[in-house]
Design a protein around this ligand. Sequence first.
Ligand code: SF4
Length: 406
Amino acid sequence: MQTTPKGLRLHIGLYGRRNVGKSSLLNAVTGQEVAIVSDVAGTTTDPVEKAMELLPIGPVLFIDTAGVDDVGALGQKRIEKTRHAIKRTDVAVLVAEGESWGDFEEELLQSFDTAAVTAIVVFNKVDRSTPARERVVALRENGRQVVEMVASERRGVAEFKQALLNVVPESFLEPPPIVGDLVSPGEMVVLVVPIDLEAPKGRLILPQVQTMRDILDSDAYCAVLKESELQSCLDNLRRPPALLVTDSQAFLEVGRDTPQEVPMTSFSILFARFKGDLPTFAEGAAAIDRLQVGDRVLVAEACTHHPVGGDIGREKIPAWLNQHVGGELVFDVVSGQDFPDDVTPYKLVVHCGSCTFNRRQLLSRIVQCCQAGVPVTNYGVAIAFSLGMLERALGPFPDALARLEG
Ligand code: SF4
């Protein structure tokens, strides 16, 4: 299993008085029971750390500072430890309860500002006490992200992730490798690139070139061929390739010719992961089977022009989805920066490959859909699903495969 070095994880510091629900917040956000907080006074002065994968952000390290509001010698020690924790915090999360906001919270915010650490304010347990509206407005006017939650019931988790996404420094939103984590140095990848009428004249398209570059950066190597040459290539290799990547158009043919033991995926799937959140897209694709005649589907294109395969989102995917449900679905298409604030009328959102968006933009939309409980997938994942190839194409990505299979 590949692990992310601690230094490359986004360090999220949890701050706040004891018993405001920092532990519940962590459990709610991670969906795991992570008991990292000792609420027994005097048991520890050291912040506790927990490394994990927080989708859709990526690898993070939560630092829990325990309660820092207590007085006395031990309290002083904790305060010092907290100051140290701030120094290695990328994003601070100040957890508070509406009623108990006071100098303690204001001073912590001040400490974050002094250390130039971005802070999110979470008012937890809002089912019991809500923060004063003027306070929320004032915090927001000061540019703070403010989230209201009932962490013990997992209410507000999506809003919390969105707030996190809004403030995560750009360097932490670096996409995962395209194939670098799937192949080892010295291994071979076969790339299947159909050259048909749709292929641009005299060149390869950017995702193909980027994949090759990533293979070279990984000290691996590749064979680039058309689907008609695949069989002969596989026959001539002394050992099977570590990975085979095909253009979606040739999926069926390539799937037939490639032995099951060779891990196989598509360029579109690689880029769905690179740009977005592949497990969420896989789960979204599974929702296609639940669509019913008359349901609304939103097709979102990230740019207003569509230079590559212009009819995928407006014609091919709608035609296939209609055929799949055995009747007419209602399609809305949005493009560029247009994206509805309310996606709840939709039973599915199908997003384009987002080559013109940065990762944060697409992840924000994904979080918005998850928050609204609306499945979201993308063109490449939907196409693989429509061809009955998604399960196989997710073979190299067990976490996404698990979400497809529910
Ligand atoms: S994948 Fe999206 S962003 Fe890229 S060309 Fe097509 S519509 Fe535009």
